[in-house]
Ligand binder design. Structure first.
Ligand code: ADP
Length: 165
């Protein structure tokens, strides 16, 4: 039988425990989950695509049915090329809803067969986003409850070691 592949796109700058929570829920309902890093021409990410990909790979190393890739351009085009049957997005609070709803309707118009799946993280992660993690880390704050130790280390090096020379 054909594998049911879901695509989980995002910026992941960097991946947080909130993203991981969504990925773990997604793997329990799909055969394979493709976590796809958007190169996002509109955004100026802190980490390169390679750095973000590596952090996702390490954060999801315990999950067999997760693959990490990146994409350019429209996510629906990429999803179609990969043979995805669904697209995963995380919903933290009402504040996410309007943007996600709009995107989902646009994506559904462009690719009607791609099912849009919204997953809610554990409430411990509803306040969490990559921007907050970057900010706390840049000021030397403790981010150990927001990201994996590897990601915390990469952030620490980015802000507090590379800049010292
Ligand atoms: P984007 O730039 O597309 O919002 P993100 O990497 O910030 O990319 O997020 C990717 C997806 O993960 C989005 O659907 C976002 O709502 C969701 N997400 C981000 N942080 C969390 C979190 N703490 N809990 C649940 N979902 C989250």
């Amino acid at each position: 039988m054909k594998k049911r592949l879901a695509i989980y796109p995002g910026t992941f700058d960097p991946i947080t425990l909130g993203h991981l929570d969504i990925i773990e829920r997604a793997v329990s309902i799909f055969d394979e989950v493709l976590v796809s890093v958007g190169r996002n021409i509109g955004k100026q990410p802190l980490f390169s695509v390679e750095e973000r990909t590596e952090m996702i790979e390490r954060t999801t190393a315990h999950l067999d049915n997760v693959k990490v890739t990146y994409f350019d351009g429209l996510i629906v085009d990429y999803a179609r090329k990969q043979g995805a049957v669904a697209m995963i997005r995380g919903l933290r609070a009402m504040s996410d809803f309007e943007f996600e709803f709009q995107m989902a309707l646009v994506n559904r118009t462009l690719f009607p067969d791609l099912v849009q799946v919204f997953l809610m993280p554990h409430e411990a992660y509803t306040h969490l986003n990559s921007t907050i993690v970057r900010e706390v880390s840049s000021f030397g704050g403790d981010i150990s409850s927001f990201v994996t130790p590897y990601v915390a280390d990469v952030l620490h090096k980015k802000f507090h070691i590379n800049n010292e020379d």
